[in-house]
Ligand binder design. Structure first.
Ligand SMILES: CC(C)(COP(=O)(O)OP(=O)(O)OC[C@H]1O[C@@H](n2cnc3c(N)ncnc32)[C@H](O)[C@@H]1OP(=O)(O)O)[C@@H](O)C(=O)NCCC(=O)NCCS
Length: 164
């Protein structure tokens, strides 16, 4: 399966909301909150569309990365249930990390439900480490949040092309 990743805009709200509500249940963000996230100058949201079917959205992810901030936050990520475990989540997180690095962030943080080992495994695989637990952070379920952090490696300039 291959996807095209592109920057999301408010025009993608309905597609994103459909995955958001079916995925997160009582934790789902409202249309208003998602709209303001998509419209914010401090965020970078992306969507994944299957190659050849740009009208279908199968996953999305968002980063909060204010100008000149050294810290970025992964705000959310979700992949449509029918295409999970095919590598799209990894692609989306890597795309956010690459944008965070490009914008000069040095560290990336996120919160994940303590009862979501799949997402924790994805983040750990990409280098995130658990740094704290926020008891009862997710309400009304009363589930703890695990706070994870990744220190971004500085950008290494590529070798000059055509120079001996
Ligand atoms: C978490 C989520 C985004 C992962 O997306 P995905 O496309 O299924 O993940 P990938 O296929 O890229 O998985 C990459 C790696 O992450 C780990 N991983 C992902 N889902 C996993 C699961 N359910 N159980 C265990 N490990 C998992 C594995 O190491 C996997 O590699 P592998 O398949 O080669 O073993 C997706 O499951 C999802 O949308 N879940 C519901 C929403 C959610 O929980 N979002 C996170 C909120 S913090």
């Amino acid at each position: 399966m291959t996807w095209q990743i592109r920057r999301a805009s408010v025009a993608d709200l309905a597609h994103i909301l459909a995955i958001e509500t079916s995925t997160f249940g009582s934790d789902a963000w409202s249309a208003d909150l998602l709209r303001s996230e998509l419209a914010s100058a401090n965020t970078y949201y992306i969507v994944a569309t299957p190659v050849g079917a740009p009208e279908i959205v199968e996953g999305y992810a968002g980063l909060m990365v204010p100008p000149r901030a050294e810290e970025a936050d992964i705000q959310t990520i979700a992949v449509a249930a029918e295409v999970r475990r095919m590598g799209l989540g990894r692609i989306l997180v890597r795309a956010l990390l690459s944008e965070a690095r490009k914008r000069g962030a040095k560290q990336v943080f996120l919160e994940v439900r303590a009862d979501n080992p799949g997402a924790q495994a994805l983040y750990a695989e990409l280098g995130f480490e658990e740094i704290a637990v926020r008891p009862g952070y997710y309400q009304p379920d009363n589930v703890d949040a695990v706070v994870m952090k990744l220190v971004l490696a500085p950008r290494v300039p590529g070798p000059a092309v055509g120079v001996q």
